[in-house]
Design a binder for this molecule. Structure first.
Ligand code: ADP
Ligand code: ZN
Length: 206
């Protein structure tokens, strides 16, 4: 199964991807996580990408397309993939058609009003990639899954979040119509409990 998760920042793509990729036995490929790893490792690509990410802007298409092309050529992608955070522009979607066309696109819909709070309160684990809302944590600094230190992402600041939402509406939301036109889109309500969102996604994949 070749699957894409589409949705605004904070829609829960990463959280849902963890559950869905293990059930479908396909690798979870998060371009955001790959870019953050490149930034941490201070690779030339990571250093170049960081200024776009910190500004809440998209990293140039050609960088992302090459990164995803390489990743999808790896042997673990033989059974398929679950892409989270890619494609984010029509140009990226067109490139993906040439690399490995997706079977299904899940659009996780959440109203903008909810996203700001979700993102400002978001804490991420650097070890297991888990993401948690501060309101649900007993210790806001410790991962409840693996015990590692939780951090606040550099781009989860209110000004940057507003910019990321603007970029989403301008550049990524057109992909909803793009995949609808191909008959591949299924929209699920992302504004409810994670288990309910997971159930809707699994139903949409039947
Ligand atoms: P979010 O939580 O906002 O969905 P991600 O973790 O997926 O964010 O990505 C964080 C940042 O990495 C984005 O704001 C963007 O700068 C960059 N990025 C990730 N994926 C892409 C992509 N497909 N195209 C361009 N930039 C990307
Ligand atoms: Zn963890």
């Amino acid at each position: 199964m070749k699957l894409i998760f589409l949705g605004p920042p904070g829609a829960g793509k990463g959280t849902q991807a963890l559950g869905v990729s293990s059930r479908l036995n396909v690798p979870h490929i998060s371009t955001g996580n790959m870019l953050r790893a490149a930034v941490r490792n201070e690779t030339p690509m990571g250093l170049a990408a960081k200024k776009f990410m910190d500004a809440g802007k998209l990293v140039p298409d050609e960088v992302l397309i090459e990164m995803v092309r390489e990743r999808l050529s790896m042997v673990d992608c033989k059974p398929g993939y679950l892409l989270d955070g890619f494609p984010r522009t029509v140009e990226q979607a067109e490139a993906l058609e040439q690399i490995a066309s997706p079977d299904r696109v899940i659009n996780i819909a959440v109203p903008d009003e909810c996203l700001l709070d979700r993102l400002t309160g978001r804490r991420v684990c650097g070890k297991c990639s888990g993401t948690f809302h501060i309101s649900k944590l007993t210790d806001p600094g410790v991962c409840p899954v693996c015990g590692w230190t939780l951090t606040h992402r550099d781009d989860d600041q209110p000004v940057t979040i507003r910019q990321r939402l603007k970029v989403y509406h301008e550049q990524t939301a057109p992909l909803i119509g793009y995949y609808e036109g191909k008959g591949k889109l299924r929209t699920v309500d992302g504004d409810c409990a994670p288990e309910e969102v997971l159930a809707s996604i699994l139903a949409a994949l039947e």
